[in-house]
Design a protein. Structure first.
Length: 219
């Protein structure tokens, strides 16, 4: 009950404004249609079509924002329809106005207030679904950084040649593999690979990465 009361106090004035302003604009459009040959129920139909077209276009515009639909031209189709409805509504209301500045202002007040009320309702509907729940936000994985270096699986790394030396050195196969990794890094980033990048790419120790980099530079 408290939630409903809060919603009524928050949204009620906007809905009342939309109804009153829509009724005023509706009357002017109906009278204009009657004066231009649309008698009987056709005058009412013209007024209903124009008013509901504005509401429908505003809702469709909000739906496009919610779904992320990309427009194919300078303006989207709902915006074009909404603009046409506004122009027709204002033209019909001004046609009923006294030909003075205040006459035009007062005649334009109902359609302007109606459009403001519709835009307020549209804005509230958009903001209500703008925030993602924390659980959804946490479920979205972060985008990888451009400089992220994926390590090579251990099964794909060439074996080390321990030999008979006091300190094991890199085998020729590992040197060749490191040379290909360094060439790919240079082609992708436009600069020589660093020791840390080579170590992360190959998954080897700091000392072995240093030895490999030294070998690459000397050869």
């Amino acid at each position: 009950m408290r939630h409903f009361t809060g919603w009524l106090l928050d949204t009620g004035p906007v809905i009342v404004l939309a109804l009153i302003a829509g009724a005023g604009s509706f009357t002017h459009i109906r009278d204009t249609a009657r004066e231009h040959g649309q008698s009987g129920w056709m005058a009412w139909a013209v007024a209903v079509c124009i008013e509901l077209t504005c509401v429908m276009a505003a809702r469709e515009r909000q739906r496009d924002k919610k779904t992320g639909r990309a427009r194919r031209g300078p303006i989207s189709w709902p915006v074009l329809v909404l603009t046409g409805g506004i122009v027709l509504s204002l033209a019909a209301n001004l046609a009923q106005a006294e030909p003075t500045v205040w006459g035009w202002i007062t005649a334009a007040t109902p359609p302007a207030a109606f459009l403001v009320a519709v835009s307020m309702l549209e804005r509230r509907a958009s903001s209500a679904g703008a925030a993602l729940p924390a659980s959804v936000a946490e479920a979205v994985p972060p985008e990888p950084r451009p400089d992220h270096i994926a390590p090579v699986p251990a099964a794909d790394r060439p074996a080390l040649d321990t030999g008979q030396d006091e300190r094991p050195g890199p085998s020729p196969a590992l040197v060749d593999f490191a040379r290909r990794v360094a060439a790919e890094h240079h082609a992708k980033h436009g600069k020589a690979i660093t020791r840390d990048a080579l170590r992360a790419r190959l998954g080897v120790s700091d000392q072995l990465a240093t030895d490999l980099l030294h070998t690459l530079h000397t050869t």
